[in-house]
Design a protein around this ligand. Structure first.
Ligand SMILES: NC(=O)c1ccc[n+]([C@@H]2O[C@H](COP(=O)([O-])OP(=O)(O)OC[C@H]3O[C@@H](n4cnc5c(N)ncnc54)[C@H](O)[C@@H]3O)[C@@H](O)[C@H]2O)c1
Length: 352
């Protein structure tokens, strides 16, 4: 079978990860780079692939079977619509849109076109997450009682030189980073019913928030807390504890996700499972074992899954609906932080 020809639209930080990944994944090949900047033109020359400044030129050239959209958030929906209307399946980076109104347009376009969309919540392809998902689905910890997720990151000052990263509508660690943690919480424990959130921009002093704390209540029961900052020091974030992206981040062996159920406790990324012997309680020692995870690069797994989605062999592991629901949770936390009250996700459903 011929390699699937995949174009990358947007060759910035994550676009370059996709470009590198496509050269390593099986069954796919980079077919073009689309990005208006001279740096992207140079990269295309270096990779010896066709270069375009816009997607009209890409589509006119007819050289891609599928595309990765890794441009800024506010370009996602227009680019996605153009590609889907042309019948080209897409791997769309998160967040899928920059506003809920745009996300609603994306939902319509996706449904109308019937063309596959995979959303770039790449962590679901991580072998650690696949193992945790299997264990949770099999009842290893029972119904969720509580979860704690931390995300402490000290981003470098020049990270904020890119204007959209300082924009409260498009930037901020909640939308940029913790949306992946929200995706995992939904992946493991189902839909979120209500949220209560507080945020602050006091540490960096930018318009966009640098720190958020939130309480989440799940439809099926269970509470979670989420604490995150891009201006705080510590090894407690998935980015620097999972080893998922060795090209960008060091790895520190620390726990960042704690899930406690009625039957057991599971932490990530170390995959420690804690349980009692039958009838045990806090006066008894817990039994500890590590779940065995497979190995493999998360982004390569995502690219190979995308290839299988495009070929019609599997359904997307992360759907457009997932991407939109994750945006709703982020929007609800922001609304709660602004109003000081708990926000039900059902309040936002009328937007789509
Ligand atoms: N899944 C992940 O782990 C992950 C990580 C980082 C970023 N992201 C997401 O990926 C997207 C890009 O983020 P980034 O940090 O790489 O941004 P970036 O600013 O580093 O890169 C964006 C690139 O897109 C190009 N671009 C702008 N408009 C374009 C257009 N109309 N057509 C083609 N290219 C265009 C820019 O020139 C730039 O090179 C964002 O939506 C972000 O949230 C996802």
């Amino acid at each position: 079978m011929d390699d699937l020809k995949v174009a990358v639209i947007g060759a910035g930080v994550i676009g370059r990860t996709h470009i590198d990944t496509l050269s390593k994944a099986g069954g796919v090949a980079l077919s073009a780079i689309v990005d208006p900047t001279p740096a992207a033109r140079d990269l295309a020359a270096q990779r010896q692939v066709p270069y375009f400044t816009d997607i009209d030129a890409l589509l006119a050239a007819g050289i891609c079977d599928a595309a990765v959209i890794a441009s800024p958030n506010d370009t996602h929906v227009a680019l996605a619509e153009r590609m889907l209307d042309a019948g080209i399946p897409i791997l769309l980076e998160k967040p899928v849109a920059s506003t809920l109104a745009e996300a609603a347009i994306l939902a319509e376009v996706t449904a109308r076109s019937g063309v596959p969309v995979l959303v770039g919540h790449h962590r679901r392809h991580n072998p650690l997450i696949k193992t945790a998902k299997r264990a949770i689905t099999d009842g290893a910890i029972g119904p969720l009682v509580m979860a704690t997720v931390t995300c402490a990151m000290l981003k470098q000052p020049d990270y904020f030189d890119v204007p959209w990263r300082r924009d409260p509508e498009q930037g901020g660690p909640l939308l940029i980073n913790a949306i992946h943690d929200i995706d995992l919480l939904r992946h493991f424990f189902g839909e979120i019913a209500t949220v209560q959130g507080t945020h602050s921009n006091a540490t960096r002093g930018l318009d966009v928030e640098d720190t958020t704390a939130a309480i989440l209540t799940f439809e099926q029961g269970g509470l979670a807390t989420l604490a995150l900052s891009d201006a705080a020091v510590g090894p407690w974030s998935w980015e620097v504890s999972s080893g998922e992206n060795p090209g960008r981040f060091p790895k520190h062996d620390h726990i960042t996700h704690l899930y406690s159920g009625r039957e057991g406790g599971l932490s990530l990324p170390d995959l420690s499972l804690w349980t009692y012997e039958p009838g045990g309680d806090w006066t008894h020692p817990l039994t500890h074992r590590r779940l065995e995870a497979g190995t493999g690069d998360t982004y390569i797994a995502q690219a190979e899954h995308f290839c299988a989605v495009v070929r019609g062999e599997v359904k997307p592991l992360v759907t457009c609906d997932d991407g939109i629901r994750n945006m709703h949770v982020v929007a609800a936390i922001k609304r709660s932080a602004q109003t000081g009250r708990a926000v039900a996700l059902s309040e936002l459903e009328s937007v789509t």
